[in-house]
Ligand binder design. Structure first.
Ligand code: ACO
Length: 332
């Protein structure tokens, strides 16, 4: 394996379920209103997986598109990383299931759990592996939070949607690819966002079928305060590491959890509104999938030029945060 100086994205893809759940639908399910959801979160609708659809199904579809866009064959992949907290099963890794389905026989495969920051964490691992000599690394962010959401709890069920986004990384020309990154965690906030049942602390066999701990639990206010701080601080650090300012950034692609969190983070850095990518209105919070879905949509618009600087930043369960700046293009 030949080490390489610069690692970047060769192509992207995304996949979302067909079913749309609108705010009007939710008004019929819980005591909420379109007005409350839009003003507090910016979300108008989200995609919901079918009962048969699992993380590997969406991840696989997104992977096929990313491979096609990057002109890489599955058989050429050296590594597959899947960022998820809602894998098909606790084990085997969803990355292994996708590896088998793709026929990526040469690829090592593992999952990475960092909540909604998972894809940014995976991007950092992937670029380090490319620099260490791996030639082709597939990074998928996929979550199917609808499967662990309590649709009688209005404080959480309006927020989440399902989806997958993917990117293939490889060596790129000097000065391109991931230029700087910033990852971190505050485990003292682990209780603020969690799925209490189903792990070794509280195995699902030990609780009743209707135990509320089978569903995602969140202290929304605590997560909100953390998110505003973490997104802003991480953006600040990654800009400093890359020796750049907000004005240099062509596309600011934040985790799509809540429009208020996005705007408050962006306002610290004089990033013009037309450079902030927002799709939370159409997908809600798709957790680890949100940044790669947004990235793929921006790329699809054709508005990303070779040499553009893209800043991605996310926060999530853990609590975790992560950001990265990449120079787009430079594919060898
Ligand atoms: N419809 C109507 N009213 C609601 C709803 C709803 N869907 N949800 C909550 N309310 C009520 C509350 O009960 C409360 O009423 P009360 O004052 O009578 O008690 C009132 O609205 C205000 O509630 P707050 O929680 O203070 O509302 P807030 O403005 O903080 O918004 C929200 C809540 C949207 C959840 C916000 O806190 C938030 O976005 N937090 C961050 C969540 C997040 O991003 N999580 C994802 C992390 S990523 C991951 O790893 C999965």
């Amino acid at each position: 394996m030949m080490p390489h100086g610069f690692a970047g994205i060769l192509g992207t893809g995304r996949a979302v379920p067909e079913r749309v759940l609108t705010n009007a639908d939710l008004e019929k399910m819980v005591d909420t209103s379109d007005e409350w959801i839009v003003t507090r979160t910016g979300i108008k609708e989200r995609r919901i997986a079918s009962p048969e659809e699992a993380a590997s199904d969406l991840g696989y579809q997104a992977a096929l598109k990313a491979l096609e866009a990057s002109k890489v064959k599955a058989s050429e992949l050296d590594l597959i990383i899947v960022a998820t907290i809602t894998g098909d099963m606790p084990f085997p890794a969803t990355a292994c299931i996708i590896q088998g389905r793709l026929g990526a026989t040469k690829a090592a495969a593992f999952d990475l759990a960092a909540g909604c920051s998972g894809w940014v964490y995976s991007l950092e691992v992937a670029q380090s592996m490319v620099k260490a000599g791996y030639q082709r690394v597939l990074v998928i962010g996929v979550d199917v939070l609808s499967k662990i959401t309590d649709y009688t709890d209005r404080s959480t069920c309006v927020l989440f949607g399902d989806g997958a986004g993917a990117a293939v990384l490889g060596p790129v020309k000097e000065g391109y690819g991931v230029l700087a990154s910033d990852l971190g965690a505050d485990g003292l906030g682990a209780d603020y966002l969690k799925l209490p049942v189903g792990g070794s602390r509280c195995p699902s066999q030990t609780v009743a079928i209707d135990d509320p701990g089978r569903y995602l639990k969140m202290s929304g206010n605590e997560v909100f305060k953390f998110a505003v701080r973490a997104m802003g601080d991480s953006t600040q650090r990654v800009l400093e590491k890359a020796n750049l300012t907000g004005e240099d950034i062509s596309w600011f692609i934040p985790h799509q959890a809540n429009i208020r969190i996005i705007k408050s983070a962006a306002s610290r850095f004089n990033i013009p509104e037309d450079r902030i990518y927002i799709n939370v209105d159409r997908y809600g919070n798709t957790s680890a999938a949100s940044i790669p879905i947004a990235l793929d949509e921006v790329v699809e618009t054709g508005k990303v030029q070779d040499g553009d600087l893209i800043l991605v930043v996310g926060f999530g369960a853990g609590l975790t945060w992560g950001s990265a700046i990449l120079r787009w293009g430079g594919v060898e």
